[in-house]
Design a protein around this ligand. Structure first.
Ligand code: NDP
Ligand code: GDR
Length: 405
């Protein structure tokens, strides 16, 4: 009797655990992130995993590992209950996308994959149109063909580059577009095809029009990261000078961590809508350089015009420099540490971006945690740490990181 009673009890407990497990599984949302190996993909994956999502990521095959930014999130696929799953794929391959979306049956797709470098898009315009423009169509069409329009919500990574040649500032959801690069033109197609699928097929598909957002894991050839990396190297005596293009360009820079939260919020609303995500403050590249060096105790002033402009050290906070463990011997007042190289100029430039995030703040309740000084601090100290590691390896005779631009 005792044995049968215990067995029944055990069965009931087991049943309720199974029930709980199934319920949890049912409640657990499934997201697919294209571009998961990029800056935003990495932060978004981390954010969604913390929220309890099962996260699937589309990753390109490359001859070297390209998962550095998400390695800390890696889960061994042989273990049970794995929440992060990677799949090989490419935005230029429709059949691959259709098969994956059919297998994954995502509740939410975040389409972040793109050839995202504005200057490079002038060199690879056709590929950029294919991946950034038609790639978005492939995602939307896959959702439609698979009959998932009522289940799957789609977020499209739209951009402030759409505003291009200034029509009005600050730029909001109603400001007209005037794209100025093959990248921006491809993204303009992606923007409108997302709106069209929403209207034509009643899909929950939205554009986040995100202004520039940066972080310690920003790609090394975007201007902010190029500056913080080079400043760290100069301060450690590993590099003499930083070469840049248009120093007068103005950008509305935020922190990527804040911006991925906005992406998620955009997909959690009752009605699908497009939102501008920005800080509402704009700064020149020149001032970003000044702020970066100031964080390292080095005061820089600029003189000259256009390609003859240069940045010179005018003061050194020796206490701060010593505290940070920098190389005082390699820094001299009057030393030129920033020069302009016209090879970084763009055939057509976007001179001024300044976003109006009012709609996102009021409708999404989105709030910034980082301002520009906090962003600069985060990036500078992360790069200083990285470069100190590099310096240590170099001194030990080991191979160090590559410095290609
Ligand atoms: P990144 O360049 O850091 O990441 C781009 C991602 O897309 C990488 O994972 C890359 O893979 C992947 N990718 C590129 N081409 C393809 C392709 N053909 N098929 C599949 N995957 C591909 O960009 P961010 O994270 O900074 O930006 C994310 C998205 O947001 C992009 O669409 C960008 O255009 C847009 N955006 C970015 C802003 C910003 O300030 N960061 C502002 C507004 C919009 P791999 O790692 O293999 O190269
Ligand atoms: P952007 O970012 O073109 O705005 O696109 P980037 O950091 O490349 O350029 C910002 C501004 O800085 C000027 N600049 C330089 N840029 C680079 N990369 N290298 C330089 O040496 C240099 N010197 C000056 C540029 O001319 C430009 O005016 C980013 C990308 O993330 C896009 O994918 C995204 O859509 C937009 O932001 C919003």
């Amino acid at each position: 009797k005792i044995f049968v009673g215990t067995a029944i009890k055990a069965q009931i407990i087991q049943h309720s655990i199974l029930h709980q497990h199934l319920k949890r599984h049912k409640e657990m949302k499934v997201a697919l992130i294209t571009g998961i190996t990029g800056q935003d993909g990495a932060y978004l994956a981390e954010f969604l995993l913390k929220k309890g999502y099962e996260v699937h990521g589309l990753k390109r095959r490359s001859s070297l590992f390209n998962t550095d930014r998400i390695d800390h999130l890696y889960q061994d696929p042989h273990e049970e209950g794995v929440k992060l799953k990677l799949h090989f794929g490419d935005l230029t391959d429709s059949t691959n996308l259709i098969r994956l979306i059919q297998e994954i049956q995502p509740d939410e797709i975040y389409n972040l994959a793109a050839m995202s470098h504005v200057k490079v898009s002038f060199d690879t315009p056709e590929y950029t149109a294919n991946a950034d423009g038609i790639g978005t169509l492939r995602i939307l069409e896959a959702v439609r063909l698979l009959g998932l329009t009522k289940k799957t919500r789609v977020y499209q990574a739209s951009t402030s580059e759409l505003y291009g040649l200034v029509q009005a500032v600050p730029q909001s959801e109603t400001t007209p577009f005037y794209p100025r690069s093959p990248y921006a033109v491809a993204k303009m197609y992606a923007y409108w095809i997302t709106v069209n699928y929403r209207e034509a097929y009643d899909m929950y598909a939205c554009n986040g029009i995100l202004f520039n957002h940066e972080s310690p894991i920003r790609g090394e050839t975007f201007v902010t990261r190029k500056i913080t990396r080079a400043a760290a190297k100069i301060a450690l005596g590993l590099q003499n000078c930083l070469y840049l293009g248009n120093l007068s360009a103005q950008r509305d820079w935020g922190h990527a961590k804040d911006y991925v939260e906005a992406m998620w919020l955009i997909l959690q609303q009752e009605k699908p809508e497009d939102f501008v995500i920005a800080t509402g403050i704009t700064t020149t590249v020149r001032d970003f350089v000044r702020m970066t060096f100031a964080e390292l105790g080095i005061e820089v002033e600029f003189s000259g015009k256009d390609e003859h402009e240069k940045g010179v050290i005018i003061d050194i906070d020796t206490e701060k420099v010593a505290e940070l463990g920098l190389d005082l011997d390699s820094l001299k007042i009057g030393q030129t540490i920033v020069k302009v190289d016209p090879k970084y100029f763009r055939p057509t430039e976007v001179e001024l971006l300044l976003g109006d995030p009012t709609k996102a703040k009021t409708k999404l309740g989105w709030e910034l945690k980082y301002d520009l000084p906090a962003l600069v601090k985060d990036m500078v100290h992360s790069d200083l740490h990285l470069m100190k590691k590099d310096q240590y390896l170099k001194k030990g005779g080991y191979q160090t990181m590559n410095y290609f631009e």
